[in-house]
Design a protein around this ligand. Structure first.
Ligand code: HEC
Length: 129
């Protein structure tokens, strides 16, 4: 379950199709570094189970001390703020800004990542990568 799921989720989300498209391509950019496979935190932390987890708690080997030592839990709100301005929310993070300035796109990305963790309502075929 990975990008194909996210694409399916966003294509069926109750948001304007322009926002669907922007959100899908924004997540494509994330995947230059990140994986949606929970066991792949090689190049950057896996995004499979972000919401509800402690910050910096994957087995990614190169976390900044700022992220690793932050005791907060990823909520929707914190993740949204982080995606808009990583360095403002976690000074010293090595996560680059993705220049996400449309709140609808940010919200759609956060929902898709939330769904990736929880959603059991989609057809099995759509869950495969
Ligand atoms: C150029 C590479 C790159 C891109 C593109 C990128 N990230 Fe990251 N991201 C990182 C790195 C590296 C870290 C680890 C930061 C640290 O340790 O301070 C990170 C950290 C994170 C974290 C915190 C994970 C944790 O374990 O707490 C989240 C969530 C995240 N990124 C989401 C995203 C999303 C969503 C996108 C796309 C909108 C994105 N990233 C785009 C490199 C990237």
């Amino acid at each position: 379950m990975g990008f194909k799921y996210v694409e399916y989720n966003l294509s069926n989300a109750d948001i304007p199709s322009s926002i669907q498209q922007k959100s899908i391509s924004a997540i494509q950019n994330c995947m230059e570094c990140h994986s949606l496979d929970e066991h792949d935190s090689v190049r950057a932390p896996s995004l499979a189970k972000v919401l509800g987890a402690k910050l910096g708690s994957t087995d990614y080997q190169h976390n900044s001390d700022s992220l690793r030592n932050d005791e907060r839990i990823w909520t929707r709100e914190l993740l949204s703020d982080f995606l808009v301005a990583p360095e403002t929310v976690i000074p010293g993070t090595t996560m680059p800004s993705s220049n996400l300035n449309d709140p609808l796109v940010v919200d759609a990305i956060v929902s898709a990542l939330d769904g990736l963790k929880n959603d059991v309502s989609i057809p099995p075929a759509e869950r495969e990568r």
